[in-house]
Design a binder for this molecule. Structure first.
Ligand code: ATR
Length: 295
């Protein structure tokens, strides 16, 4: 694409790069903010193979892009390619947001911010006790969430994953505040935890549900699922039935987008009920947060 194809002239342009990329909701989120703020910018999807990714990333400025989001499977490659990675990206080992400072390509991991900002907005006081939290799963999302919990000052994080060696890798990476629990003992590790986070794909439409007995969680605990389709996973439904506070995964997706938008377009955007409704309409769902608000 040549700069002359950019429309309107001088409009700032960003994109999300993935392989495949058709499913990405990022253009919907950034498009909403661009329109809401009356910015003559653009944000589109770029399907780029792993082989082409390094070259594409380096060519971003010459293609007319001021920056990009990076998604599966490129986040780790992006970390290796940027000239500077922020603290969150260094801890997680993955970059999902890129911008330029002069000639330098800067990479950030905004999933850490997205995770914390979602809980802060949806469940104020969720971190009143920073003693014990439980995390299920040990993939890329788990890394960002563990980093967030450590930054927030949690003293003990209980981690369980079907493939136990992957949980151990994260414990080695993040240090002694992480304790691994055998997959078969995941229900017992919930005792005294003020927060439970599902970071796996279990519970997503078309995937099996997360088989986890919640009875050991204290009554004051918050349960967060990073899955957002469906919005109310079976895990959240069972937590709600037990009277626990629940936080769905859509907010993390929306909040992780905000720092990139601010870098590229110069305005700090807000995550509002209207934005949630906009994305939910696209997902063909109604709003859990609104449904369960006290009258
Ligand atoms: P991401 O980077 O999005 O977190 P990932 O690295 O593929 O994705 O991790 C997916 C997580 O879901 C992993 O913790 C995975 O467990 P394994 O490490 O054992 O693969 C977990 N997961 C996926 N399907 C699962 C299943 N059927 N049962 C238990 N855990 C599952």
């Amino acid at each position: 694409m040549s700069p002359s194809e950019l429309s309107p002239r001088n409009a700032r342009r960003a994109c999300v790069i993935g392989w495949p990329i058709a499913h990405s909701r990022s253009p919907l989120i950034h498009g909403y903010w661009l329109q809401h703020h009356g910015i003559a910018g653009a944000y589109d999807k770029q399907a780029v193979t792993p082989d082409d990714f390094p070259q594409f990333l380096r060519a971003l400025p010459s293609l007319g892009f001021v920056g990009a989001n990076v998604t599966v499977p490129h986040k780790e490659a992006a970390f290796d390619l940027v000239d500077h990675a922020d603290n969150a990206a260094q801890s997680v080992g993955a970059v999902n947001t890129i911008w330029f400072e002069g000639e330098r390509m800067i990479g950030a991991n905004t999933d850490v911010h997205g995770f914390l900002a979602n809980l802060d907005a949806a469940a104020p006081g969720w971190d009143a006790s920073r003693e014990k939290a439980a995390v299920i799963g040990a993939g890329g999302a788990a890394r960002a969430i563990i980093k967030g919990l450590l930054d927030r000052g949690f003293t003990s994080i209980h981690l369980s994953n079907r493939t136990e060696a992957r949980a151990q890798e994260l414990a080695d990476r993040f240090g002694p505040r992480i304790t691994c629990a055998d997959w078969d003992l995941r229900a017992a590790m919930l005792a005294d935890c003020s927060l439970l986070v599902n970071t796996t794909t279990l519970g997503m439409s078309g995937a099996p549900t997360l088989d986890l007995d919640l009875s050991a969680l204290p009554a004051s605990a918050t349960v967060n699922d990073i899955v957002y389709a469906p919005l109310e996973t079976e895990l959240l439904a069972r937590a709600r039935q037990r009277g626990l506070r629940i936080v769905d995964g859509l907010g993390m997706l929306l909040h992780q987008a905000a720092p990139g938008f601010e870098r590229w377009f110069g305005i700090a955007p807000e995550v509002t009920p209207e934005l949630r409704a906009h994305v939910l309409a696209d997902l063909g769902q109604s709003d859990l947060a609104a449904e369960h608000k006290p009258c």
